[in-house]
Every structure is written in structure tokens, then in C-alpha cells.
Design a protein around this ligand. Structure first.
Ligand code: MRU
Length: 317
């Protein structure tokens, strides 16, 4: 397989590595992935995360496994387990199906070609979304985002965060408000890290401060990513996105969902059909006031299409 390079994943001379996102922003530690078992574990514990990136990571892992001489039985068994590593981001199932279960004959060459195409297509679609979305941002806008949808979550510049980065690259004077994104703080740890690296002015806020910020007219636009978009346009994204959309509607703030084609699930009519990942209660119990009280930890929620001003998706246009 050819060399590949993104903010959170690299493949160089046959060596596959992912940047351990659980250690950011404190440490930049790359984990070698010599076997798919390591990738399955990394996806489950969010060392590699973000809907488009976990799809590409699974596909690349399968390609490397095939190149290393995996038997068809071992290959398909691992493909099935990679596919089930997380349930909400449809990009994961889409990518595994494309390289392993598409009905094509299993050849190493074909598996590698599909994995490389998945990576390259995501880079290209990120560019398309960045250009399309950046055109919506005005000089002086306050822009709010949730979770992390940047280079760490994709193979390219990002989806929602890619839009924001592109607006900055185009010289627009913007200020980004970053929801910390409880419970695992993808906003506070990852989006803040990416924005700081890019030199983009930002302010971090707790998730429960967003509506108040909107009432103060500090936010002109909201951009978020998605993990699965149903046929009717309902969009699942990191828990808290739905509440943000409700508050945005009340304050008449445009609310955009930015996602690649691989996030679309046409087999599901509405958001009601999207499986929501339930994670360990200990992730909610962690924090400055660590408790052992019972906790609920759905990792995603669904924003109805009626609350979304526009879907910025390459194949929508
Ligand atoms: O649980 P995570 O961190 O993988 O959740 C990721 C998100 O919710 C992102 O917003 C989404 O995948 C869009 S990424 C381009």
C-alpha cells in the first residue's frame, strides 16, 4: 500500500501508526498498529476516532492485513470484528463493506486499491466541504462547534472544523467557540489543540454555556459534523448536538451539519433508526468530582432535519 499521511493516521513504508487521541493535548504519542487487533482496541477506546477516520483506519488495517498474507478466513473474521467496533458511525461499516464485503473477489490488490481510494476520496471531499462551508462565513463571525470534526477525525482538513479552518485560511477574521464536549472532552482536548496549532482565535466553554452565549449574540453560525445521516436528513452526532440545535433555532442562528458521502445511510429512513452507542458509565463518573453514582452515557444524539439549516454534503448538490 502507498504511503498515507493525515493528522491522526500515517502509513509509511508498510508501517501503520495512529496518533493516540486519548493522550492529547498533553502528549503526541504515535501507536504502531502491526495487527488488526490493535486497531480494534484503538477504535473502541477512542485512541482513533471521528466517523470518517475510523472508516478509513479500518479499511487501511484490512489492506495491511491482506498484504501481510492473512488467510481469507482470518481476513473476513477480522473484517466483521472491525465493522462492529463502534455502532453509530456508518462510515465504519461502509468502509469495511467496501473493502471486504462488496461482492468483489477477495484479492490483495483490490483490497489495497479500495482502502487507498477511501483515504483519497475523504481528503477530496473534505476539501469540497471546506470550500462550500467557508463561503457561508462572514468576516467577524463568531462560530460555534461541538466535539471534534477536524483533521483528527478525517483523512483531510476535516468536516465542520475544516470549514472553520478554511474560512481562517481565506483571511476571514473569525472567533471560534468550542464546546468542551462532555464526557470525553473532544472539544476541550482535540478541537482546541487543532485550532491552537492553526493559530485560530478560540474560546472554550462548557456545553451548558452555549445557550447563554447565543443569547448574548456572540454566535453567528454553528457548524457540526455527523456520524450518520438518515435518508430524510436527520443527523446523529456527538451527544449534545441536538440540544445545541434546539437553542440555535430559538435564537435564529444558522445551524449546519457538514459530512462526507460516507456518512449518509440511505438504508435508514429517519433518525429513529440510527443505533446510538451506549458507553461505560465510568466515562461520565470521571471528572473533578469523581463519583460512583449510576450514570447514563449515550455517545450520540439525533438532530432532526427540521432543526438543520443546511446539510453540507458533497453528493447533496
Ligand atoms: O465519539 P467520537 O469522538 O468518535 O465522535 C465523533 C463525532 O461526534 C464527530 O462530530 C463526528 O464523527 C464527525 S467527525 C468528522
Amino acid at each position: 500500500m502507498k504511503d498515507l499521511d493525515s493528522l491522526g493516521l500515517r502509513h509509511q513504508s508498510g508501517r501503520l501508526e495512529i496518533l493516540d487521541q486519548t493522550r492529547l493535548p498533553d502528549e503526541e504519542v504515535w501507536i504502531e498498529v502491526p495487527h488488526p487487533e490493535v486497531m480494534i482496541e484503538c477504535i473502541k477506546r477512542l485512541a482513533v476516532r471521528g466517523a470518517p477516520l475510523i472508516g478509513a483506519a479500518a479499511a487501511i488495517t484490512l489492506a495491511r492485513f491482506a498484504e501481510d498474507g492473512a488467510s481469507p478466513v482470518a481476513f473476513f473474521e477480522i473484517a466483521k470484528r472491525l465493522r462492529e467496533a463502534r455502532p453509530t458511525a456508518v462510515n465504519l461499516m461502509w468502509a469495511v463493506d467496501r473493502v471486504a464485503f462488496s461482492g468483489n473477489d477477495f484479492t490483495v490488490k483490490e483490497v489495497v486499491a479500495q482502502a487507498e481510494e477511501i483515504f483519497d476520496e475523504d481528503v477530496a471531499e473534505c476539501e469540497w466541504m471546506a470550500e462550500k462551508g467557508a463561503a457561508l462565513i462572514q468576516d467577524g463571525d463568531g462560530v460555534l462547534t461541538h466535539c471534534n470534526s477536524g483533521g483528527l477525525a478525517t483523512c483531510g482538513i476535516g468536516t465542520a472544523l475544516g470549514v472553520i479552518k478554511r474560512a481562517h485560511q481565506k483571511g476571514k477574521a473569525i472567533h471560534v467557540y468550542v464546546d468542551e464536549t462532555r464526557p470525553l472532552l473532544q472539544g476541550a482536548r482535540l478541537t482546541a489543540w487543532e485550532l491552537t496549532k492553526a493559530g485560530i482565535p478560540m474560546t472554550l466553554l462548557c456545553d451548558n454555556m452555549a445557550a447563554h452565549l447565543m443569547s448574548l449574540k456572540k454566535v453567528q453560525k454553528i457548524f457540526v459534523g455527523a456520524d450518520r445521516v438518515a435518508r430524510n436528513g436527520d443527523a446523529a452526532n456527538k451527544i449534545g448536538t441536538y440540544g445545541l440545535a434546539i437553542a440555535a433555532k430559538y435564537h435564529q442562528i444558522p445551524f449546519y451539519v457538514v459530512a462526507p458521502t460516507s456518512t449518509r445511510d440511505n438504508s435508514i429512513e429517519t433518525g429513529l433508526g440510527i443505533p446510538i452507542e451506549l458507553r461505560k458509565e465510568s466515562e461520565v463518573q470521571l471528572g473533578p468530582n469523581r463519583t460512583s453514582f449510576p450514570a447514563w452515557n449515550p455517545a450520540f444524539d439525533v438532530t432532526p432535519r427540521s432543526l438543520i439549516t443546511d446539510l453540507i454534503m458533497p453528493k447533496e448538490c
